[in-house]
Design a protein around this ligand. Structure first.
Ligand SMILES: [Cu+2]
Length: 380
């Protein structure tokens, strides 16, 4: 037993020494942002770390992995050594005396209590640093862009108070810009998550329960391509039947392109063909739940909001629906067929959907599809 305890105490000395040297090597996070391989960029890659917030989390993750790795080696190497070195046959084992008992050995017990405490501190301190880098509401850096994120079963509403824009399921962002998301919910708890941007944050119902997430949007990975870069978002808190189908897309634009998007957002729909005109009429049946800027549906919304208490429409704002890549909260591509299937029977696509089947004829769906998919499309 003696050589083993000697080996263990040596190993623990080595361990703490290496922790200190690792720390001095790594320096502070700000000087050496820890970047894990940028090559595997799947849509749900939480290690992509494309924002300062995501890199901070990766940094803590890396430290944790290193510490866990060292603990693994420090335990498994002596263990394997002991198993091999002190291996005996069953018969021989029966003749051996009890090993020396160390119960109540103050030094040993103190050592194996203090080592985990130190290791946990090495994880806790950077974790605190990263958490406290998220500002409180009153510490939000001036000049950052405020975006209200409102969770609904099972879709996302995005409001830009400074631009007077309300949209849904497609979160447009200018590149390299500090933004803060004010997260709230109208029903149950959701969780706002763009994996490639970093960690998730709960979206809570109830006044005063807002959460705030502050980050700097990534720069464009392929600036030569126009039209923004898309990142998948996903609700990350079980929120009911269609929780898994509560997605969205974040679109990062060049700054000028974002400004063009915001400038044309409220342009009224351009209704040209006879089919689109018919669709505009069919859309009357949708106005109790959906709003399109500069149409009568907006007046209905104003009347509803002026009531006491104010009534919010149940469905997403469709002002720029024609420009959206996806429908049904980021779960289907915005094609004629998917549009038909959705409007014909929403719960068949999203179980429990708060949009009910409206019993429209095929011709009416085709008309409202023309109106929504083409008249509301914006060029920017
Ligand atoms: Cu959810």
């Amino acid at each position: 037993m003696k050589p083993i305890s000697k080996a263990i105490s040596r190993a623990s000395c080595l361990l703490s020494a290496s922790m200190f040297s690792l720390y001095s090597l790594a320096g502070s996070f700000d000087e050496h942002p820890y970047e894990l391989s940028a090559s595997f960029k799947t849509p749900m890659d939480t290690l992509a770390g494309l924002t300062d917030w995501g890199q901070g989390i990766n940094y803590v993750y890396a430290i944790t992995t290193i510490i866990v790795g060292i603990v693994f080696l420090a335990v498994s190497i002596p263990l394997i050594y002991a198993i091999r070195r002190f291996r005996v046959s069953d018969e021989e084992f029966a003749t051996l005396p009890l090993p020396k008992q160390v119960h109540g050995n103050v030094i040993l017990e103190f050592t194996w209590t203090i080592i985990p405490v130190i290791l946990l501190l090495f994880i806790a301190v950077p974790t605190w640093q990263i958490i406290f880098r998220q500002p409180e509401k009153h510490q939000i850096p001036p000049g950052s862009m405020r975006i209200e994120v409102i969770g609904h079963q099972w879709w996302w509403e995005f409001r830009y108070p400074s631009l007077g824009i309300t949209t849904a399921n497609e979160l447009h962002l200018p590149e390299k810009t500090p933004v803060y998301f004010e997260l709230s919910s109208v029903d149950v708890i959701h969780s706002f998550w763009i994996p490639q941007f970093g960690g998730k944050l709960d979206v809570m119902p109830g006044k005063g329960a807002e959460n705030y997430l502050f980050l700097t949007t990534p720069s464009l990975q392929h600036p030569e391509q126009n039209g923004g870069e898309y990142y998948q978002g996903q609700c990350a808190e079980l929120c009911g039947l269609s929780h898994a189908l509560m997605r969205f897309e974040a679109v990062v634009h060049e700054k000028a392109e974002f400004e063009r998007w915001a400038a044309v957002f409220h342009n009224p729909p351009v209704v040209q063909t006879a089919l689109e005109k018919k669709g505009e009429l069919v859309f009357m049946q949708c106005m109790s739940c959906h709003t399109i800027s500069k149409t009568p549906s907006e007046d209905i919304e104003k009347q509803m909001l002026a009531m006491d208490p104010p009534v919010h429409k149940a469905g997403p704002n469709l002002t720029d629906f024609g420009s959206r890549r996806m429908l049904a909260a980021g779960t289907r591509t915005n094609t004629a067929q998917n549009f038909h299937d959705w409007v014909d029977n929403p719960p068949s696509i999203k179980p429990g959907s708060r949009m009910v089947p409206l019993g429209l004829s095929k011709a009416d769906i085709e008309a409202v599809a023309a109106y929504l998919r083409y008249s509301t499309a914006k060029t920017y």
